[in-house]
Structures are given as structure tokens and as C-alpha cells.
Design a protein around this ligand. Structure first.
Ligand SMILES: Nc1ncnc2c1ncn2[C@@H]1O[C@H](COP(=O)(O)OP(=O)(O)O)[C@@H](O)[C@H]1O
Ligand SMILES: N[C@@H](CCC(=O)OP(=O)(O)O)C(=O)O
Length: 375
């Protein structure tokens, strides 16, 4: 069992670290950038980068920095205005980061990700390769969701979960979640009797003992709920995490006992399969018969069309789908090998039959086991 000291030490020694900062830590309630806060954060991150750490910054704040300059009194609530606001705010945010990191001679590069893009294997590899190359070049990648183009049904919305996924993608050694509260508390800090939690040895078990709410700042989106989800994703990916306020960024990176440290609960898994499991928002369903369901449940089996009874939804090859059993229980998420309209003619057919009747290009699993994650 890892102790708090072990986890803090692991964070201090991290070669690659993903730091996520929330809107409330970068902006003013009026909807403008708070340059003093941003500069203080950049000073802490630059010193880690200059000491040789590979730092990825996942930064929110596009919408929160854009609504003031556009003349709005508060964060817009309709999607079109949010997307337009993000387009304005993202530019302002990057201009400030560039100037601020530039004072330390640190170069930055912008990566905007949509959930949709990254589910596809090809895009996933592109993101991974670009981030890796930026880090090799000594650049601090600054990642945000591509809010202006993200479609509403399939978006991260908050950057907390995105940061845990990015931590997987770059095989980070630590995840640092920076917000406007100094730590995780047993209940929202405004509640009397809420106590600070310094160390969470098992985030899955701890979730039962804390009360959390959504955002309270008026500019953030996820609140503590999504931060704990990010800490959980990191923990089950074998990545230690720390959650604290943005002003504690420096001490947190140095392993000082600030905020809340989360121990990893398992060894690192395959980043790609984790990505499918956590990020993918299924577009349809493949219903497996009893035999296929038990093969899928057993792990390491592909889903063959011979064992699939029904297909639901409208999706393309490469899109995420649910694999359900006959009573509708979700067994797994996976990336479909075929478009939804191609599948009906394949149902119930063996690989030999597919090859004979439909041709070689159909003689493949509906979902290959490398693209399948049990739920
Ligand atoms: N149990 C809890 N411990 C700490 N903070 C909590 C808890 N439950 C809710 N919160 C609230 O979550 C807020 C942080 O979420 P949010 O406003 O989305 O921040 P960010 O913009 O940094 O993502 C804190 O200001 C705090 O009021
Ligand atoms: N991508 C959005 C982030 C939304 C948001 O507010 O996130 P967070 O402050 O991390 O809860 C933006 O840049 O405005």
C-alpha cells in the first residue's frame, strides 16, 4: 500500500506531468483574463519545465476569458454563443500564455481536441504523436477542448476528464489538478464541518465518503464531481494525482504536502484501451448472443458477426458502440469495424461465409479485441 509520502515523492520525481487548470483560476468573474493569476501559474510551470520536466498544460478559460470582451455580463448559456465566445477567448488565452511563458524562454504550442476526433484511431495517434513531438522539442503543449467546433452531444464539457485522458495519452507520471479550492474536502467547503482530506489511498472507495457538488464559481463547468472522476481515471491508469488551488502549483509539483494526493490504484494499462473506455460516447449498439456475450465477458475475444443478433443506431466504421447482451446489459464499449448500414447483411454469418458471400473486406470481426474495453 502506497503512503502519502510515496505518492508525493512520485509526483516530485515525475518526468512527464499533466497540469490542468480551471477557468476560475485564470479569469475574473467579469469574463476577462486575470493576468496576475495566469502569470503566477506560468512561473511555477516554467520552473518545472526549465528543470527538465515534460509539462503538458490542459487549460480551461476560453469561454470565461471571452465573454467580458464580447460585452456579456455572465457566461453565455446557449451553445452557439458559447462556441463563438470560446473562439474569441481561446485566442486571448493563448496570446497571454505565449507572452507569459516567453518571459522564461519557454515555447508553447496550442492543441485543441474534440472528443469526437480522438475516438478515431487515426486521430488518436495523431494527437499522441504531436504531443510527443512537442514535448521532445521542449515545448509546453497547451491543450483545450475545441469548444468552437465540438458538437454538443459529444463533448467533454469540462477539462477535468480530458486532462486524465491526456495524462494517459502522453503516459504521464503525474496529474496535477488546479482549481479555486485548496483541497478536496469531506463536503463542499462552504458547509460547516467540512474537513480537508490530505491523502486518498483508494479513490474508488473514497467516493462513498465525500459529498461533492457541481461548479460554484460561475465560470467553471464540472465542479468537484468531474475532478474526482479525473482523479479516478488517473488512479486506475496507474498515475498519481494531486488536487489543489492554482496558487499552490509550485509546491504541488515539488511534492510538498499541499492539497489532496491520490494514490494510483493499479498498474498502468494500455492507454488506447483506456481512452476508448473513458472517452468514447457510443453511437449505437451491437447485441451479442449468449455465446458471444460470454466470449466478450471473458476478455481478449473479438466480437464476430456470427454472434451478433441485432444492430442499432447510425454510425460509421471507427465509431464507438455499445456491445450489449440480449437483455440489454452493457458488456463492453468498442470501436466498430464497419458502418452501421453494412452490418445487417453480416449478422449471424461466420468469417468463411462473409468471405464467400460478401468478399474479403467483410471477413473481419465487427469489433476487434484491441478496440474493445469491458465495462
Ligand atoms: N467536497 C468538496 N471539496 C472541495 N470542493 C468542493 C467539494 N464539493 C464541491 N466543491 C466545489 O468545487 C469547486 C471547484 O469546481 P469548479 O468551479 O468547476 O472549478 P474549475 O473552474 O477549477 O474547474 C470549488 O470551488 C468548490 O466550491
Ligand atoms: N473548454 C472550456 C472549459 C470549460 C470549463 O469551464 O472547464 P473548467 O473550468 O475546467 O470546469 C473553456 O475553455 O472555456
Amino acid at each position: 500500500m502506497l503512503t502519502e509520502a510515496d505518492v508525493r515523492r512520485a509526483i516530485a520525481g515525475a518526468q512527464t506531468v499533466v497540469v490542468k487548470v480551471g477557468s476560475s483560476s485564470l479569469t475574473k468573474p467579469s469574463g476577462h483574463l486575470d493576468t496576475a493569476k495566469l502569470n503566477a501559474l506560468v512561473a511555477a510551470l516554467s520552473s518545472a519545465a526549465l528543470m527538465g520536466a515534460r509539462v503538458v498544460l490542459v487549460s480551461s478559460g476560453a469561454i470565461a476569458a471571452g465573454f467580458g470582451p464580447l460585452g456579456f455580463d455572465s457566461r453565455p448559456t446557449d451553445v452557439a454563443t458559447q462556441q463563438a465566445t470560446a473562439a474569441v477567448g481561446q485566442g486571448l488565452l493563448m496570446a497571454q500564455y505565449e507572452a507569459s511563458f516567453g518571459r522564461f524562454g519557454v515555447r508553447v504550442g496550442q492543441i485543441l481536441i474534440t472528443a469526437e476526433d480522438t475516438i478515431r484511431p487515426q486521430q488518436y495517434r495523431n494527437v499522441q504523436r504531436t504531443l510527443g513531438r512537442l514535448l521532445d522539442l521542449g515545448v509546453v503543449p497547451i491543450v483545450n477542448e475545441n469548444d468552437s467546433l465540438a458538437s454538443n452531444e459529444i463533448r467533454f464539457g469540462d477539462n477535468d476528464r480530458l486532462s486524465a485522458l491526456v495524462a494517459n495519452l502522453v503516459r504521464a507520471d503525474a496529474l496535477v489538478l488546479l482549481t479555486d479550492v485548496d483541497a478536496l474536502y469531506t463536503a463542499p467547503p462552504s458547509e460547516p464541518g467540512a474537513r480537508r482530506i490530505a491523502f486518498v489511498p483508494d479513490v474508488v472507495a473514497a467516493l462513498d465518503d465525500v459529498t461533492v457538488t457541481g461548479p460554484t464559481s460561475g465560470v467553471g463547468t464540472g465542479g468537484m464531481v468531474t475532478k474526482l472522476e479525473a482523479a479516478r481515471v488517473a488512479a486506475v491508469s496507474g498515475i498519481p494525482a494531486v488536487l489543489t488551488s492554482a496558487v499552490n502549483a509550485g509546491p504541488a509539483l515539488m511534492g510538498d504536502p499541499v492539497g489532496t494526493a491520490f494514490a494510483p490504484v493499479k498498474q498502468r494499462g494500455s492507454s488506447r484501451r483506456l481512452w476508448i473506455g473513458f472517452a468514447a460516447n457510443p453511437r449505437g449498439t451491437l447485441v451479442a448472443d449468449a455465446g458471444a456475450a460470454s466470449a466478450v465477458r471473458g476478455g481478449r475475444a473479438s466480437l464476430l458477426s456470427a454472434g451478433v443478433l441485432e444492430v442499432h443506431g447510425d454510425f460509421s466504421a471507427g465509431d464507438p458502440v455499445w456491445i450489449d447482451d440480449e437483455v440489454g446489459t452493457h458488456l463492453a464499449k468498442g470501436l466498430s469495424g464497419f458502418d452501421s448500414e453494412e452490418i445487417p447483411q453480416m449478422l449471424g454469418r461466420t468469417t468463411v461465409q462473409l468471405r464467400r458471400f460478401l468478399g474479403e473486406e467483410y471477413a473481419h470481426p465487427l469489433v476487434h479485441r484491441d478496440n474493445l474495453v469491458l465495462v
